[in-house]
Write a protein of this length. Structure first.
Length: 499
């Protein structure tokens, strides 16, 4: 039986063990040098008397104890080596020099193949690489076993990082290195001085790239900025005058309230409440009924409560000190804003004119909107019978003045009486009651004439009840007397004068 004297060695490769075995069979000597290990000399002795005594704490390897066992062990070793060949990280310079040039062995091992790197492997810095069938590191985008990976220019696998490729941003999983697709990702928080924060999310689409713009994901509508950051607590103008809103989860809001936060470096110091209708559009500039309650939204779509300044102040149940307050008029009724934003009946403003929405109203002794004909401060005024809007610069119906259809001053709103009125290039004279005069009249000492509809006759011949004709000046409308005038008359087809 052959014995092997072993001087201390560690971690020999499978290839080196094979070399030792071959040498032991052929009686040769092998000096095996493992890279980055100390040199280990293994001597094969034919003469058992030359075997030195091995201390008890040293390991004895008996390769010759049983030829059968040895063959079996080596067979297992070789099979395992073949099975794991793709997992070995072995470069050409790691083959032991003495093994490669051993001429003392009858069976030269010069032609023993060292397996190339193939597949995934770890480098000395703990980075993953992938070697192709030629043992070369792959780079860039690679599809391996159906999964998409990325390797940088040095062949290092991208994990837990984003990569920009052709202007698009992709993310690869921190554990598997797989490309993320159809998946949200938390980008972290933006935290402010006071401790408040915003969450930042993005989404990688079916192709793995960050999405931008409007997106529908699992039936829910979202919006992402040009950088792919999800909109949250934000509004979006739609280009047609409407505005959408994306809530705390990033979902577009319909038929519900929303909050717009005012952000400073110290955090959110104020917020505005908005409401989105059934089309997902912000309500703006007016009163809306929501769940049976009335609310007012300004031109920006913010719900009014407390006081609000936009060139004027809206009334609140707690009157704003230092500003001019205005009630809210809706469908002919006056309201003020409660602290919750709900409109409640006005009891604050009484016996006074107020403007709202560019119109004038008068609030009576009960704080309600006056309607119809009223005498206020000795002036006859008129307010629309339904809306309560004061009539100014027109007649009640907005048409020409007739009996009962009075004209009201454009500035003061007072009814006009005892004065001329020009309407649609015609002149009228309103009597003491505000009704237009009709027939032959004397106004300010001048004889004038008004047709049945109240229009003044000018440049016309008018026949009186006695059959006499009178001519009225084309400019002043006064009856012409003691004056010679030339009148051009067009004769009709029968040679008669149409008068």
């Amino acid at each position: 039986m052959k014995k092997i004297s072993v001087k201390p060695f560690i971690h020999l490769s499978a290839a080196t063990i094979l070399a030792i075995y071959l040498a032991s069979i052929n009686g040769g000597n092998v000096i095996a040098e493992e890279k980055s290990q100390e040199i280990t000399e293994i001597e094969i002795f034919e003469d058992s008397s030359a075997i030195e005594e091995i201390p008890a704490d040293k390991e004895v390897v008996d390769l010759g104890a049983s030829s059968e066992e040895t063959d079996l062990d080596l067979q297992n070793t070789t099979e395992n080596q073949v099975e794991n060949e793709s997992d070995l990280v072995v470069s050409q310079d790691e083959v032991p020099e003495d093994f490669a040039t051993n001429e003392e062995s009858e069976d030269s091992v010069d032609n023993l193949e060292v397996p190339n790197r193939r597949g995934f492997y770890l480098d000395e810095n703990g980075n993953w690489h992938y070697a192709d069938e030629n043992g070369q590191d792959v780079t860039g985008i690679q599809v391996i076993d159906g999964a998409t990976h990325h390797f940088d220019k040095n062949g290092i696998q991208t994990k837990g990082k984003e990569v920009v490729i052709d202007g698009k941003v992709y993310f690869f999983d921190k554990d598997s290195g797989h490309l993320w697709t159809d998946r949200f990702r938390d980008l972290g928080r933006t935290t402010y001085i006071n401790g408040s924060y915003d969450e930042n999310w993005t989404y990688y689409g079916t192709d793995g790239a960050r999405v931008t713009g409007a997106q529908t994901i699992d039936g829910t509508e979202y919006y992402f900025s040009d950088r792919g950051i999800q909109y949250r607590y934000k509004t979006l103008g739609n280009g047609d005058g409407t505005t959408s809103y994306y809530g705390p989860s990033g979902a577009k809001v319909y038929n519900d309230w929303g909050v717009i936060r005012g952000m400073y470096l110290r955090g959110y110091s104020f917020s505005f409440t908005i409401y989105l209708d059934e089309n997902g559009n912000m309500l703006k500039n007016g009163v809306r009924e929501i769940d049976g309650k009335l609310y007012y939204f300004d031109q920006s779509g913010y719900r009014i409560y407390g006081y609000y300044s936009s060139g004027s102040y809206y009334a609140t149940s707690n009157a704003y000190s230092g500003g001019t307050s205005y009630p809210i008029i809706y469908e002919g009724n006056a309201y003020i804003c409660s602290n919750s934003g709900q409109l409640i009946s006005n009891t604050y403003f009484k016996n006074q004119y107020r403007t709202f929405g560019g119109n004038w109203y008068y609030l009576d002794a009960q704080g309600q909107v006056a309607k119809g004909a009223q005498i206020i401060n000795d002036a006859e005024v008129y307010f629309d019978a339904e809306s309560g809007v004061q009539v100014k610069g027109r007649t009640i119906t907005g048409t020409k003045p007739t009996v009962g259809n009075y004209y009201y001053d454009a500035d003061t709103g007072a009814k006009w009486t005892n004065r001329y009125l020009e309407y649609n290039d015609n002149w009228y004279y309103l009597d003491n009651d505000g009704n237009p005069l009709i027939g032959f009249q004397v106004v300010d000492g001048a004889s004038v004439y008004f047709h049945e509809d109240g229009r003044q006759a000018k440049g016309e011949l008018i026949k009186d009840e006695n059959g006499y004709y009178h001519y009225y000046d084309s400019d002043t409308g006064e009856q012409v007397t003691n004056t010679s005038i030339t009148i051009n008359i067009n004769m009709d087809g029968e040679g008669s004068i149409p008068l």
